[in-house]
Design a protein around this ligand. Structure first.
Ligand code: TXA
Ligand code: MG
Length: 318
């Protein structure tokens, strides 16, 4: 049996909130990507997320709340975090903060760590759902573990349709890449995952920010291989290989590819980010031998795009 997909109007949102309170899984749009949500205070519901995604239990989830005051129930917020939240929330920024402890949050959601990743999303459907549910919602991206994040309701149905009670359809997600993850739990701030809130923007507020290599301690989910299509991906392509499809950025593309999709013809990084995961899915077909991608500038949103591309290009273990 596969899940109902409903346009995210008021009655569907009310139904989704009810299902969440009953311990079921609901997929919903945020401005970044679709999330697979569960009541973050319900250990069984959170366990079902790990099962549905095939996600290792050591990899903690982001807890979603409507805003700063709810975040304060679960995490310790110092003046630095308060300032950053005031500037960027609601929005595509996740903060890793010290766990308050003893607050009803599922232990599994934070994988037993003494920190919690918390985010107030700006998407109106996500905001309405969080308020209607009246609970914090644990939600990873609504894809099978290690695969490309969903930017449309249909992507969720294709990968996780069997395990979710309801998919709220809010159309395509406007940003198209997962949130920036910023670790404010220690003395030095660390960018754990680049995203639409850019390193440049954060540095303006915080001064120098560490960009640590992914490691099991800093961000368990930032494995070298992630966001992966089935076909091999070749980055910074300037020539053709037989049978490949091409993802192109900017006005020029080398001729001779089996198929070309344009991330952005005008070289607009926001447009490229919004198209990236959808187009990777579109080209991920046995008709091609691989997917080549032309070079993408490594500043602003380009930093996040190149981060996802390099993980998608890294061969999976096993
Ligand atoms: O845009 C997004 O962030 C989407 C939407 C649904 O909010 N969610 C998302 O979740 O991308 P997920 O689970 O796919 O990625 C969360 C990342 C993972 O890399 C995870 O390891 C990291 O955040 N994370 C979660 N809790 C953490 C913690 N306490 N300390 C360090 N990293 C953490
Ligand atoms: Mg994910």
């Amino acid at each position: 049996m596969s899940a109902a997909i409903l346009p995210a109007g008021p009655s569907a949102i009310a139904r989704a909130a009810r299902l969440l309170r009953e311990g079921q899984l609901v997929a919903f749009p945020t401005e970044t990507v679709y999330g697979l949500g569960a009541d973050a205070t319900n250990e069984h519901a959170v366990a079902a997320i790990f099962a549905a995604k095939g996600r290792p239990h050591f990899n903690p989830l982001i807890v979603h709340v409507p805003g700063l005051s709810e975040a304060e129930t679960f995490t310790k917020i110092d003046s630095r975090a308060r300032e950053i939240a005031a500037q960027f929330w609601p929005g595509p920024l996740t903060l890793v903060l010290p766990h308050r402890g003893d607050n009803g949050l599922s232990l599994l959601a934070s994988a037993g760590l003494d920190t919690v990743a918390i985010r107030a999303p700006a998407h109106p459907v996500a905001q309405a759902l969080l308020r209607a549910a009246g609970r914090p919602i644990a939600a990873p991206s609504a894809n099978r573990s290690g695969r490309v994040s969903p930017t449309e309701a249909a992507h969720v149905a294709a990968e996780l349709g069997e395990s979710v009670a309801l998919i709220l359809d809010g159309g395509r997600t406007p940003i198209g890449l997962e949130s920036t993850v910023l670790d404010l739990s220690g003395e030095t701030c660390a960018l754990l995952r680049p995203g639409a809130v850019t390193l440049e923007q954060l540095t303006e507020f915080l001064g120098p920010i560490a960009t640590p290599a992914a490691g099991p301690l800093r961000s368990p989910g930032m494995l070298p291989s992630h966001y992966a299509p089935s076909l091999p991906l070749r980055l910074n392509a300037t020539d053709i290989h037989p049978g490949e499809a091409l993802l192109a950025f900017g006005p020029h593309a080398p001729p001779g590819f089996a198929e070309i999709l344009w991330l952005s013809r005008t070289g607009d990084l926001a447009e490229a980010a919004a198209n990236l995961f959808t187009m990777l899915r579109q080209l991920d077909r046995p008709a091609f031998t691989g997917i080549a991608v032309t070079p993408i500038p490594n500043h602003g949103l380009g930093h996040a795009i190149n981060d996802r591309l390099s993980r998608a290009a890294t061969p999976r273990p096993g």
